[in-house]
Ligand binder design. Structure first.
Ligand code: ADP
Length: 316
C-alpha cells in the first residue's frame, strides 16, 4: 500500500439528496497522525461526509483518496483499514464489554488467542479491563463510549472515524473520552477524523474544517483560525444596531458586523477601546462584552451567522 503524507485527500466532493445539496465542492487534505475535526452546525453536511468516508455512500461526485487509494475503485481495501465509531450506540447491552468486542472481532475474522490479546489490550487502553465481564447495560454513558472506541480499534485501523464522539456525555466524561482518543492517536499512530458541533471538542483537534451549509468555510488549526481575527471581539447589545454601526463607522472608521441585533467588532486591546465606544454611543448600548476570539467568533467571522442559528433545540 502506498505511503502518503496526506492520508485523506478530498477533491471537489459534492453530494445531493435529490435536489438538496448536502456537500458542495469540498476539497481538503488530512495529514497522517492528525486529530482532524469537521465542525459545523446541524445541516452543514458533517454526517454526509462521515458516511462517504466510511464508504457507506457509494459514488459521490468528486474524488476521495485514502492511503493513496481511490475510494471509487478500492472500497473494500480502504474499508479494511478503517475503524468507525458511530454516534448511535452499536453495543449489545445484554452482553458484557468483553463479549461485545469478541462478537465484533469475529466479524473481522479474528479468533482465539490473537482476538483475546487484542481485546485485553484495548480494554486496558480505555481503562475497562477490570470491568470486562460486566454487562454493558450497567455502564455509564462515558464507559459505553469507551467500549465503542475499543470496538472501533479492534481491526487495528490506520484511520479512525468518529461521529460526534462526545455528544451526550457530561463534561467530565467528555474530557475523559478525549484523553483516551489522544492516547490512541499517540500510541497506535492512528489518524483520527471526527465530526462535531461542540466548540470545546473542536478546540482540541490538531486541525479543523469548519463546514457551512455543505461548503468548507475554513480549514486550519484552531489557534491559527482565532489569530486571524486579530485582537479582541467586542459585542454590543443594542436595540438600534444600524445606528450604532453607522456611528462607529463615522467616528472610528471601523467596520462592524450585525448578527441577530448584536453589533460585533474586532479590535486590538478591546478593553481600552470600550470607554470611548460607550461615550460615542450615549443611551444606545444595553451591555458590552469583550473577549478573546473563540471558534464561535471564527464561525461568525467567516459565515456572518451565529453557530447556533442552524442547530436544533438545546444544541450548539
Ligand atoms: P449534519 O450532519 O451537519 O447535520 P447532514 O449531512 O446530516 O448534516 O445534512 C446535510 C443536508 O442534507 C441537510 O440539509 C439535511 O437535511 C440533508 N440530508 C441529510 N440526510 C438526508 C437524507 N437521507 N435525505 C434527504 N436529505 C438529507
Amino acid at each position: 500500500m502506498p505511503e502518503t503524507e496526506n492520508i485523506v485527500e478530498i477533491d471537489h466532493l459534492s453530494h445531493s439528496y435529490g435536489k438538496r445539496a448536502a456537500l458542495v465542492d469540498l476539497s481538503l487534505r488530512v495529514r497522517r497522525g492528525e486529530i482532524f475535526g469537521f465542525l459545523g452546525p446541524n445541516g452543514s453536511g458533517k454526517t454526509t461526509l462521515f458516511r462517504i468516508l466510511c464508504t457507506l455512500i457509494a459514488a459521490p461526485a468528486g474524488t476521495v483518496k485514502m492511503f493513496g487509494l481511490d475510494l471509487a475503485q478500492s472500497r473494500e481495501e480502504i474499508r479494511r483499514h478503517l475503524g468507525v465509531v458511530f454516534q448511535s450506540a452499536s453495543l449489545d447491552k445484554q452482553l458484557t464489554a468483553n463479549e461485545n468486542l469478541r462478537q465484533q472481532g469475529r466479524l473481522y475474522g479474528l479468533r482465539g488467542a490473537e482476538l483475546s490479546r487484542r481485546i485485553d489490550r484495548l480494554l486496558e487502553r480505555v481503562n475497562l479491563l477490570d470491568r470486562r465481564h460486566e454487562r454493558v447495560e450497567g455502564f455509564s454513558g462515558g464507559m459505553r463510549r469507551r467500549v465503542e472506541l475499543a470496538k472501533g480499534m479492534l481491526n487495528q485501523p490506520r484511520v479512525l472515524l468518529l461521529d460526534e464522539p462526545s455528544t451526550g456525555l457530561d463534561p467530565a466524561a467528555r474530557i475523559d473520552m478525549w484523553n483516551y482518543l489522544a492516547e490512541v492517536q499517540r500510541t497506535d499512530g492512528v489518524t483520527i477524523l471526527l465530526t462535531t458541533h461542540l466548540m470545546d471538542e473542536a478546540d482540541r483537534c490538531s486541525r479543523l474544517a469548519i463546514m457551512d451549509r455543505g461548503r468548507l468555510a475554513v480549514c486550519d488549526t484552531p489557534a491559527a483560525m482565532k489569530e486571524r481575527i486579530g485582537g479582541d471581539v467586542i459585542s454590543l447589545k443594542t436595540t438600534a444596531s444600524s445606528r450604532v454601526a453607522e456611528i462607529i463607522r463615522e467616528k472610528f472608521q471601523l467596520e462592524t458586523e450585525t448578527v441577530d441585533g448584536m453589533v460585533r467588532l474586532e479590535r486590538q486591546r478591546g478593553h481600552e477601546f470600550v470607554p470611548q465606544l460607550i461615550e460615542a454611543l450615549p443611551g444606545l448600548i444595553e451591555s458590552v462584552s469583550v473577549g478573546k476570539p473563540t471558534l464561535e467568533d471564527v464561525f461568525i467571522h467567516v459565515t456572518g451567522r451565529f453557530f447556533r442559528d442552524e442547530a436544533g433545540p438545546g444544541e450548539g
